[in-house]
Ligand binder design. Structure first.
Ligand SMILES: [Zn+2]
Length: 114
C-alpha cells in the first residue's frame, strides 16, 4: 500500500526531528499533501495509526491538509484549479502548454513534541 510507505517516511522524519529538538514524545504531526500524490487521507490515517505503535509518536495525531491541484497556462497566464485526471488544457485559451502550480506537495509543516 502506497500510504503505508508514506506514513513510515513521515514518521521517520518526525522522530528524527523530535530527537534533534530534544523531545521525547510526539503529539501532533502536521502534513500538507497535494491531491496529485494520489494519497488517500483515510488510508494515510489508517497507516499512521499502525505505524506509530511502540514509537515515541504512539497516540499522536496526523493532521492532514489536502492541497487541490492548480495549474498555470504558459500561453495566457491563466491559473486554474482542476481534478486529478484533467488540467492538461487551459480553460481560458484552450492551450495545452500548462505547468502545475500545486498538487504534488508532500510536506511536513510542523511537529508538536513534549
Ligand atoms: Zn491559457
Amino acid at each position: 500500500m502506497h500510504e503505508a510507505g508514506i506514513a513510515a517516511g513521515i514518521l521517520t522524519s518526525a522522530i528524527d526531528a523530535a530527537g534533534k529538538a530534544g523531545g521525547s514524545r510526539i503529539t501532533t504531526v502536521d502534513v500538507t499533501i497535494g491531491v496529485l500524490t494520489e494519497v488517500l487521507e483515510d488510508a494515510l490515517q489508517f497507516a499512521w495509526d499502525a505505524a506509530i505503535v511502540d514509537t515515541i509518536a504512539e497516540g499522536s495525531t496526523l493532521a492532514v491538509t489536502m492541497i487541490p491541484a492548480r495549474s498555470r497556462c504558459l500561453d495566457c497566464g491563466h491559473e486554474f484549479g482542476h481534478g486529478r485526471y484533467d488540467g492538461t488544457r487551459c480553460p481560458s485559451c484552450e492551450g495545452y502548454v500548462v505547468e502545475l502550480v500545486t498538487g504534488r506537495e508532500l510536506v511536513i509543516d510542523g511537529i508538536d513534541i513534549d
